[in-house]
Write a protein that binds this ligand. Sequence first.
Ligand SMILES: C[S@@+](CC[C@H](N)C(=O)[O-])C[C@H]1O[C@@H](n2cnc3c(N)ncnc32)[C@H](O)[C@@H]1O
Length: 213
Amino acid sequence: MKDRYSIVGPFYDLMSVIYSFNQIDKCKTAMLDKIKPDSNVLFAGVGHGIDAIAAAQRGAKVTVVDLSATMLKRFNKGIEKKTFKHPIRQLHQNILEIDEFSKYDMVFANFFLNVFPEKMMIQVLSLLTKLAKKDGFVVVGDFSLPKGNLIAKFFQILYWRMADLFFVIAAKNALHPVYDYQKYMRELGLKIKKVKYFRMLFDDRYYSILGQK
Ligand SMILES: C[S@@+](CC[C@H](N)C(=O)[O-])C[C@H]1O[C@@H](n2cnc3c(N)ncnc32)[C@H](O)[C@@H]1O
């Protein structure tokens, strides 16, 4: 299968730092304080994986999944010369092939669900929920739902559309409006325990949502 991130993959994290003034990285790592040493933690669509690396540094048993060899190559660069209590398990696979049900204490989907068209996004989120243990957590970090007055909403939608369009062209991601992840998480039976917002310019642009099974 063609690696859709072969062109943008090497620059992905640099682009996200510039595009968000580093707020995306803050969002991705916002719920790491919930991680307990020796707990099982999964990162779906890990990319360069600063979040997964930080989780392993906290002593968690980390599994990362990504379909892109380019992204996993960058991930491996990031762990060069680092040692962890538990070595990071890497799966070069489609997330839909993962069937380790009720195994994980925490499942992270950071800027991952937005790559899919709506129907598939719900299918993936439903699978991630099944991979979490009873009482385990599912964390979604992503673009937050536009809010505020008409002008504020206009700029938030424009901001998302610019990124979406770029990745539609560069990585064949889906073209869609900002998803209401909290709604889908609730519909899948997750209880929303915490939401942390990250601002850029004048308003909230990203959020990290902590859902509990
Ligand atoms: C937008 S990037 C986000 C990467 C990372 N989570 C971050 O926040 O920087 C989406 C990632 O999901 C991976 N991906 C896309 N579809 C996938 C699938 N079906 N299974 C596993 N990984 C997938 C891509 O290769 C890419 O690394």
